[in-house]
Each structure stands twice: as C-alpha cells, then as structure tokens.
Ligand binder design. Structure first.
Ligand code: NAD
Length: 361
C-alpha cells in the first residue's frame, strides 16, 4: 500500500520525537511491504521563524494533499520565547487551531492505557489499578459550549455572562458513527456520557446515539451521566472501552483519564474528520525545557503513529505490531527518564526509537 504522510515536526522536542516515530514507521513499511512518502510541513514557531506566521496556506494545502498528518508538538517557553510577544493570532498555538479548523477535525480520540510495567505511576490504589485499563475517550471537538454564542452584559446593575450549548443532530450523529466504528475495532462497548437528567442538548445526544446504535447490533451501548462517569473513572476504570461524549465533558474526562495513567510521555491522540483523514499527535506539549537534549520520551508519538495506521489506513496488523513493540520494550526494562523506575535501563529519545524499531515484527 502507498501511504502519503505529512509530518509536522513543530517546535521544542517535536522534531526529535517525530524522527523516532518515522524510524518506527519506516521499519513497519519494510517489514509489511508498504511504501511511505513523507512530506515535512512547517507549523507553529518553526513557521513563524521562516514565514512570520504560524500556519501558511501552502502548509494547509500540503496537509490536505496527504492521507494523514503526524505531528510532534508546537510552541515554546511561554514566558521567554519571542513568539509570545506576538499578538495571539500570530502565536504558535494559532497554527494548531487553524489547521484543526481547516481540516474539519471534529472527532478527538484520546486513549488512556495503563501498562503493567508502568502500573506504579498510576495514582489509584493498587486494588483498582491491578485490573489495568485501556480506554478510548472520543470527544466531539467542534461544537457545544466552546463554540456557541457567548456574551457578558450588565442586567439590573449585575454583571452577567451567558454561554450557549448547541448541538444539532448531524453533529451528534457523525461523532457517534465514529465512536461505534472505533468500538468495533476494540472490545465493542460504547459508554455514551451526557447530562440527560438536566440538559436538552444531552437528551437529543442520547436519542441520536441510540438511533446510530441500531446500526451496530454487535456493539453494546450504555448511557452514563457525566458526574457518575467522573467518579467511575477513578473507582473502576477497567469497566470502560469507548467513552463517547460532547466537547466540554470530553475535555474534562480525557484529562482525568490521562492523569490516572500517570505518564504524560505515553499518551497519544488523534483528531479525525468524516473521511479517513486524521491528524495524529502526542497529548503532551513541546517540552522546551528538555528540547535538543535527546531525553524526550518518543512513545506517545510512536503510539500516535500506530493510531494513524489503524484509523486512517485500516492497517490493524501493522498498528498491533507497533503497540506490541511498545509493550515489549517496556517489558525488556528500557525507559526514558520520565518513566524511569528502579532496576530499569535508562535510554535517550533516539535509542528508544531504535529499540522500538528493532521490535517491529
Ligand atoms: P509540556 O507537555 O510541553 O511539558 C510539561 C512537562 O512534561 C515538562 O516538564 C516536560 O519536560 C514534560 N514532558 C512533556 N512531554 C514529554 C516527553 N515526551 N518526554 C519527557 N518529558 C515530557 O507542557 P507545557 O510545558 O505546559 O507546554 C510547553 C509548550 O507546549 C507551550 O508552548 C504549550 O503551549 C505547548 N503545547 C503544545 C501542545 C500541542 O502542540 N498540541 C499541547 C500542549 C502544550
């Protein structure tokens, strides 16, 4: 298969971690007989330095021309970098918001996985973490409270503010379809999270999710109120497979779920549109404090590349091979500094990439 992949190395540790993910992808291509064409795109601070803006039309066009985009991270030290003396729309983060919008990326996927070998990093009690967990949080990314009308005004001498939470059925249906499709690739369970006891938007959400579920008789659907979900994530995370939810609930729950894994350098993410196209990136930032030191953990980016193989290219076997390589490298006792524990071998970013690539079979 021929895969056209655009890479956005970005800033800080971005170029280092993307280089390692590419190393792993190139090994996948070799072992499984694929052709991968990589195109580099400048975005964020790297683009500001060359073009004076964080995202150019050419960069958007190059991303659109690819089948998928693999990104490192963008941004610099927000207190010392000259990028943050620019007006907000010219800063590195504006590039990220711009590309998400230009590519219509409405579905955000954030896996939260507890690896046996890293279980001690999990802040939950051992009797809970023992069961392990592998959750996919599927968050609607372009609607809801963050995009509705808002205003601040004065009424009867009181400062008053209003935000509007709007969803139409099409916005709900398209994310629900993605959620069920992804559950089919996993353990076939969807937990749809809402606040249907209070909100009209949640009652519509529930109705449309049920309509979509009718087309997926092999996938189990359950509904859960968001407050209960927040509790269940720390009480019994093993019960979840896919959590499907709207923008604000997903924002909060995905951070909660990733915190219970305890390892920022291990967290992948994907943002998808209604084709097979997606933008894949680690959940963490550009870590300017460790940039250029060859100490960053590339695993979150490597796992993002695995999601790209699975969700944009339908290459499940190849994605499984990448996931297995990550598990094996941890089992073999290799760790970057951020996940180091006693008795393990400390390695740098580039060596970790080599070790992962060696384990692709
Ligand atoms: P950060 O995630 O970059 O770093 C937080 C801490 O985690 C730092 O101590 C860092 O060294 C460490 N860390 C992060 N990733 C690591 C890795 N792979 N291996 C080892 N250690 C790692 O968050 P921050 O410091 O708040 O932000 C730094 C910059 O990143 C800012 O400019 C911010 O705007 C940007 N940022 C970008 C994205 C993105 O591109 N999607 C996301 C978040 C933050």
């Amino acid at each position: 298969m021929e895969l056209n992949i655009a890479c956005i190395p970005g800033d800080g540790i971005g170029p280092e971690i993307v280089a390692e993910a590419r190393k792993v992808l190139e090994k996948v291509a070799k072992v499984y007989g694929h052709r991968m064409n990589f195109t580099d795109i400048l975005m964020g601070g790297a683009s500001i330095d060359v073009h004076g803006v964080p995202l150019t039309d050419e960069a958007v066009a190059a991303a659109k021309a690819a089948d998928a985009v693999l990104m490192g991270s963008i941004g610099g030290n927000t207190t010392t970098s000259p990028w943050y003396k620019l007006p907000p729309e010219k800063r590195p983060e504006a590039g990220l918001l711009g590309i998400r919008k230009a590519l219509n990326l409405f579905a955000n996927l954030r896996p939260a996985v507890l690896y046996d070998e890293l279980a001690t990093a999990c802040p939950l009690k051992e009797e809970i973490s023992r069961a392990g967990f592998d959750i996919m949080i599927m968050r609607e990314l372009t609607g809801g409270l963050y995009f509705g009308e808002r205003k601040t005004y004065e009424e009867n001498g009181l400062r008053t503010a209003v935000d509007t939470l709007v969803y139409n059925e099409n916005e709900i249906r398209r994310i629900a379809v993605k959620g069920f499709d992804i559950a089919r690739k996993r353990r076939k369970k969807v937990t749809s999270v809402d606040k249907a006891n209070v909100l009209d938007s949640s009652r519509l959400w529930r109705k449309v999710v049920e309509e979509v579920a009718a087309d997926y008789p092999d996938v189990t659907l359950e509904h859960m109120l968001v407050d209960n979900c927040a509790m269940q994530l720390v009480r019994d995370p093993a019960q979840f497979d896919v959590i499907l939810t709207e923008n604000m609930f997903g924002d909060i729950l995905s951070d909660e779920a990733s915190m219970v894994t305890g390892s920022i350098g291990m967290l992948a993410s994907a943002s998808l549109n209604d084709t097979r196209f997606g933008l894949y990136e680690p959940s963490h930032g550009s870590a300017p404090d460790i940039a250029g030191m060859d100490v960053a953990n590339p695993i979150a980016t490597v796992l993002s590349a695995s999601m790209m193989l699975r969700y944009s290219f339908d290459l499940d076997r190849e994605a499984d091979a990448v996931d297995a390589a990550v598990k094996q490298v941890l089992k073999d006792g290799y760790r970057t500094g951020d996940i180091l524990s006693e008795g393990c071998t400390k390695v740098g970013c580039s060596r970790m990439g080599d070790l992962l690539a060696e384990r692709i079979q």
